[in-house]
Design a protein around this ligand. Sequence first.
Ligand code: 4GS
Length: 231
Amino acid sequence: MKIDVLTLFPGMFTGPLDESIIKRARERGLLNLQIHNLRDWTHDRHKTVDDRPFGGGPGMVLKPEPLFEAVEALAQPGTRVIMVTPGGRKLTQEIGRELAGYEHLLLIAGSYEGFDERVRLGLAQDELSIGDYVLTNGALPVMVLIDVVTRLLPGVLGDEESAKEESFSNGLLEYPHYTRPAEFRGMKVPEILLSGHHAEIAKWRYERALERTRERRPDLIEIKKRETDNL
Ligand code: 4GS
């Protein structure tokens, strides 16, 4: 998969995407990630990317021209162009799976201010939010999106990791995990996990996952029911 990112802060992307699983995916050619500075598509001496809002008010607005030029330079037929804003569809694992099916994503990170509305109307095919809170700019949500999508690309996770029953992949929170020692500061590992009875261990884990989800995230059980009804 190819992912191009448009941002005013390319420096924010070095570090988080150069470690661990994303690093390995890039090295193995499973992810071709390129970070672009929006200012490269300005033409004035000051590399102006924003301007005052028509109608007045505080803050600045990202001008449409550099964004249109940048997207027109980077997009191919079949490219999915996505903006991150608090007003977008809320990112879920299901949306991650949907995006992992594209060959090319072009992700636009906003800044302090908003975008000129014509970017939304004429350029973006999708708008995504990572949650109901306000960040200083769109770099972190873009990195979250890249992380969610990359680990779903074929070959990125080892068999062991991808086969693992994780939160949200089966629609439930994870069951409790334990490793050695069997007793730590008076807290004992549940007997069943030491028993070697694989079927009973699987049953115990499923029950604990269900119980934990019911207590902490009953909304996930409703979502799962609705999905099952639609089958
Ligand atoms: C988010 C969010 C966000 C909104 C960008 C204020 C700077 C900021 N983007 N999910 N202007 N949450 N963006 O907070 O996507």
